[in-house]
Ligand binder design. Structure first.
Ligand code: GLC
Length: 747
């Protein structure tokens, strides 16, 4: 049982209500029975079309019925022409799957998924995916390669931007919400597209955060952490999964039968289809798992990979592998059935082409509202000294807006925006000017040509404006190119000369408000003491400007909470809240700092615990952290039954009061620790949250209900179990919550 207010019921299968499962299966089998081996293998192939016109090979193979899917074509007329060729010219008329990376929006761009996760709100995340699907579907796209539900604990990894953060429950709930948003209640409905949970599995554990690097994930971490969001996506009815590029414990995911056939199919009963990542089947030879493409095709087919993305190992070798009896025809039939099943569920056999009259108006008010809401709720206030925020538009005479990202409609969209339309973006500068409406002046100087520029040539003009203004708003951070696929960073500080620009503006003595746009957590230690307030907006997408302006002027109070830990320095990574206790956990009373060590200190212990000499073991900002313009008091925690039996629910509750002066929303979080387990258990695990709106002085009871299943974990035998014993629980506004209770579960 999940907590009572936020998490949707994960576990429903999204199938087209107009077709019973059996009727669907009969259609699949009837079609399969008519297909030649060449046609079957064609369904297992996908080719890139691109924007230079349809390659001859693609057109020929569509006509010949030996290509089941195309990728990267977004001209609806070109897509319709290819669908008509597939349906009318090929022997069996099987329509095409048309794939595209619609990761966080199509034309209207939502915040990057990591920024969406900071909203902790499945409703706004679901709505963002629904809008994205609807805009994409109107261009003939019927399949997206999202949500990415890789657990990401390493901010050096560029793809943390696409992730939903470091926690299995948050990623599970929001990943399922994206599946529901993309796929709707029926895949065949107008505006719905097939989703694809990726990258199965453990991709985020890439060594040193380098993309595509080796991942070695211990079995109990794989089952207790990385697999969980994929299981949630399968339970939410996701139509497809994508295997990752990575080598996982010596067997690349694209050839990993134990995980694909073993876990995904046999254990979880997944009945959609599995697609490789881009050419990841042929890369098995580069990994050194196989000697050539034929062996790679064999390994991937045996593992249960149904479709090859943009590679020709299957097209060139599967036929001979089947003829030689090395790959059973039954395996090919199973793969093709999985693909056909999704095509039937999408309703493609009834309607393969897109009626351009149904083209959803791009970036209509619904789309802008959805993009605004998730940007508003996903922005996190990390610092606000002396009530520097909100800015008072009635008393201000002028503000100086400074920074390379204050007025850049492209960069604010972030990574993975193949189809994002920068012309739709509303920038912070534009929105701050709108907010001024003649009440106060808005002065502007970029200070730097780009976030990576080291040219101080623009500093003087920026500093002069700050000197003239009542306050300075600095919009800084990362260019979109510094995160995303294959864009990892070894150092995650502010790029270029931005920190110097902050220092120079600080030197004017005016209040300094920093707004950071980035695709990852950055190490902020070198500017934190230079600013009075800091709002983390991630890459906020099309409506980033209005959301940021409304937050800066207090139209709405910030309510975002971090979906990922912020380290103090890059050397602390990996650093995450749900870590194990170790046998020698650090604590403040055993830590000395490197500066406190005498030159000739005897080689005695400074505290024989798991810490670094030169930086405190705590994060800069913990998972779940986020400030508000209100203040919230958590008190009177209680547990309904201190000694529950295994079958009895446990209700953990507390009082939550808005002790501030403005109405605001707070994301109250529940964490639990299983003190003793068959395997060591994390010091805390998120077990629920609720977004609560309170007026000044108002208080409410926040209540979470836990069942035995919510406390289950995979033990040494990799069997899921809940064990009796002592549990500690906390409720608060972050993973550092101090309000604690406990209960003892009995068999
Ligand atoms: C990429 C990515 C994957 C994406 C695919 C298609 O290499 O790893 O996430 O969906 O290719 O662009």
């Amino acid at each position: 049982m999940r907590n009572t207010k936020t998490s949707p019921q994960i576990g429903k299968k999204l199938v087209d209500s107009n077709q019973t499962e059996q009727a669907l299966e009969d259609r699949v089998q009837a079609l399969l029975a008519q297909m030649t081996l060449a046609e079957k293998i064609g369904q297992m192939c996908q080719l890139n079309v691109g924007d230079q016109g349809v390659p001859d090979e693609v057109a020929q193979r569509v006509r010949g019925g030996t290509l089941g899917s195309i990728i990267n074509v977004v001209d609806v007329d070109a897509v319709n022409a290819l669908q008509r060729t597939a349906v009318h010219d090929s022997r069996l008329g099987i329509p095409l799957l048309v794939g595209r990376d619609v990761i966080h929006g199509f034309k209207t761009v939502m915040p990057i998924p990591l920024g969406q996760a900071a909203s902790w709100n499945p409703d706004v995340v679901r709505e963002g995916a629904r809008i994205a699907a609807s805009e994409a579907a109107s261009h003939g796209i019927n399949w997206t390669f999202a949500p990415m539900v890789d657990i990401a604990r390493d901010p050096r990894w560029g793809r943390i931007a696409e992730s939903l953060g470091e926690d299995p429950m948050l990623s599970s709930t929001l990943g399922a919400a994206m599946v529901e948003g993309f796929q709707g209640r029926a895949l065949a409905a107008a505006g719905a597209i097939a989703a694809c949970a990726k990258h199965f599995v453990g991709y985020g554990a890439a060594e040193s955060g380098r993309d595509y690097a080796t991942t070695n994930v211990p079995e109990n971490e794989l089952h207790n952490v990385h697999l969980r969001p994929f299981h949630a996506a399968v339970d939410a009815g996701v139509a497809s999964l994508m295997t990752s590029f990575s080598d996982i414990d010596g067997v690349p995911a694209t050839a990993n039968a134990r995980l694909v056939n073993g876990v995904l199919r046999d254990a979880w009963g997944f009945d959609g289809f599995v697609v490789s990542d881009w050419d990841s089947i042929r890369q098995l030879a580069i990994h050194g798992l196989t000697a050539d493409d034929r062996e790679s095709a064999y390994e991937a087919a045996q593992a249960g990979v149904d479709m090859e993305m943009q590679g020709d190992a299957y097209f060139e070798h599967l036929h001979s592998l089947v003829d030689a009896g090395e790959v059973a025809l039954g395996q090919v039939d199973q793969a093709v059935a999985n693909i056909l099943r999704v095509k039937f569920r999408l309703g493609l056999f009834e309607q393969a082409t897109t009626d351009t009259a149904t083209l959803r108006p791009i970036a209509d008010s619904d789309a802008r509202k959805a993009a605004y809401q998730v940007a508003l709720q996903g922005s996190v206030l990390l610092k606000n000294d002396g009530g520097a925020l909100p800015l008072n538009s009635n008393s201000l005479k002028s503000i100086a807006v400074i920074g390379p990202l204050a007025d850049d409609p492209y960069e604010q969209m972030g990574t993975w925006v193949f189809d994002g339309d920068a012309a739709l973006s509303v920038t912070p500068l534009q929105s701050l000017r709108d907010a001024a409406q003649g009440k106060f002046d808005v002065l502007y100087a970029p200070g730097l040509d780009s976030a990576r520029s080291r040219d101080h040539g623009g500093f003087e003009a920026a500093v002069k404006l700050a000197e003239q203004a009542d306050a300075a708003v600095l919009v800084i951070g990362e260019d979109a190119i510094l995160s995303g696929e294959a864009h990892s960073r070894a150092d995650i500080c502010l790029p270029g000369a931005q920190a110097e620009l902050v220092r120079r503006v600080r030197g004017t003595g005016k209040p300094v408000i920093a707004v950071v746009m980035a695709g990852r957590p950055l190490t902020l230690g070198n500017i934190l003491d230079q600013v009075d307030a800091l709002l983390y907006a991630w890459h906020p997408g099309t409506m980033g400007g209005p959301a940021i302006a409304d937050l800066l002027f207090g139209v709405v109070s910030p309510s975002g909470k971090l979906p990922v830990t912020f380290p103090r320095v890059v050397g602390q990574i990996p650093l995450y809240y749900n870590h194990k206790n170790t046998g020698k956990p650090p604590s403040d009373d055993t830590i000395a700092h490197i500066d406190d060590i005498d030159a000739r200190a005897p080689q005695t212990s400074l505290g024989m615990t798991a810490f670094h000499l030169d930086v405190h073991f705590s994060p800069q900002f913990p998972f779940g952290f986020g400030l508000s313009y209100a203040s919230f008091r958590y008190s009177d925690i209680s547990v309904s039954n201190p000694n529950p039996a295994m079958h009895e629910p446990v209700v953990i509750s507390c009082q939550l009061e808005n002790t501030g002066a403005v109405s605001a929303e707070e994301v109250a979080q529940l964490y639990v620790r299983d003190v003793v387990g068959n395997v060591t258990r994390p010091v805390r695990e998120l077990k629920g949250w609720q977004r609560v709106r309170l007026r000044p002085g108002e208080s409410t009871t926040v209540e979470f209900t836990l069942l035995a299943d919510d406390l289950a974990f995979y033990g040494r035998d990799l069997k899921l179990r809940t064990e009796p014993g002592e549990f500690h629980a906390w409720i608060g506004g972050s993973s550092a919550a101090e309000l604690q209770t406990q209960f003892c579960l009995h068999a």
